[in-house]
Design a protein around this ligand. Sequence first.
Ligand code: BES
Ligand code: MN
Ligand code: ZN
Length: 474
Amino acid sequence: MFAIRLSGEEHHDTRVLPVDVSGVLAGGDEETAELVRTAEGAGEAGAVQVLPRPLRTPAKILLAGVGAGDEAGWRAAGAAVARTAAGDEPLHVMLPDRIAPAAVRGLAEGLWLGGYRFREAPKPPRSGAVTLTTPDPAAYAPSLEAARVTAAATWLARDLTNTPAAVKNPAWFAAQVVTEAATRPGVTVTVRGPEQLAAEGFGGILAVGGGSASPPRLVELAWNPPAASRHVVLVGKGITFDTGGISIKSTDGMKLMKKDMAGAAAIVAATLAAADLNLPVRITGLTPLAENAVSGAAFRPGDVITQWDGATTETTNSDAEGRLVLADVLGYAVAELDPDVVIDLATLTGANSVALGKRTAALYSQDDDLADALKAAGDAAGESMWRLPLPDDYVDYLRSDIADRHSSPAQGGAGSVVAALFLREFLGDRTDRWAHLDMSAPSWAERDDADLTKGATGWGVRTLVRLLDDLSRG
Ligand code: BES
Ligand code: MN
Ligand code: ZN
């Protein structure tokens, strides 16, 4: 990880000069300004040009394009510099005077996120010292700290999601949460194993986890600061591997299914980040953890399971497992935790990418304020989502002849929408204080792309950290 610090002094390291669409913003001499005037596209967000200066100091200048100079432009510049910088050479970024604090947050998040590598990868992550020079370092310290916590949380979510499923079984994931929580005062964790899940009636988690040699868990992570005014419950789908079960997936459909716990990883990381930032908001993070495996003990198409709230679900397709584990936990949250807001994140359907492509999550909520707040937090954080409807006339699709409802209706299409409607059934009297994010598509990057490193993206961490910050203020 880059060691980024703010300083009032200049150094002789490789110099990074931010350039926007109208030219060099800070620290350039006349010669550099002239070069930028003739260099095509130097100010475009994410463009980096290397200017070698033999026999002079500094010996190298990087021109880093910040586009319009907004937070997204600075984030793109940071990520591009992270990928361009050779080895561990110290970097020296000249910040323009009186730049907005958001620019520093964007730049630092871009550097850290773009420099990510999986903790088990053969190559270590990009590192080296980065000094941000400004006449007023103190003014930017909170932005740098917010960036540090957000990036570290995103790294954690990426590491958990990139971990192969042979390692990452439900017990392993639960143990990771316990370890992370142990270093944070004020954060508590409860882990329920199969016996306790059975005693308390978590029938969806037990059915889905029943086919695996690694039994399921439910992790309940809590941050409860004294000054909290609101209680936010975060729920994350934690299928540590999704074979589809008896309704088995194809080779191609299964190859990335170690990522089917990306929702759980994101809500755990965001909750820990809120604690690190000491945000005055109460958070309970719930992750149902199960492996959807194929075996003689696996649940079958046509089985009827009893969810935590007592309602029954006919499960005609064992590959629609995520909604079964989430249904238990959503029912439990509204009945037992008295939440002001419930948000769930889930790699729930392949239909997410059919509707919205590879980088955009589907957002569902009946609460316009909550939907707008999430969208705004995502926009600021650089994570994209788009709101889709919850049409009441599709609720009929969920009807079953032998149970209260059906988990995976054959008719209708709109797989992501129908899954959201199924989840809504378990919100009791809190349907108006709930949001669901189907983040199947943006949870994974097929290639390095700006602030995303190929593999798990940690999608949702950045959005949630901003949203929790907003909710803790007003
Ligand atoms: N985990 C998958 C959804 C998924 C697919 C996530 C591709 C990421 C990439 C989920 O459990 C699933 O299998 N959903 C089914 C639902 C269907 C059987 C009703 C789907 O989307 O096909
Ligand atoms: Mn599935
Ligand atoms: Zn799944």
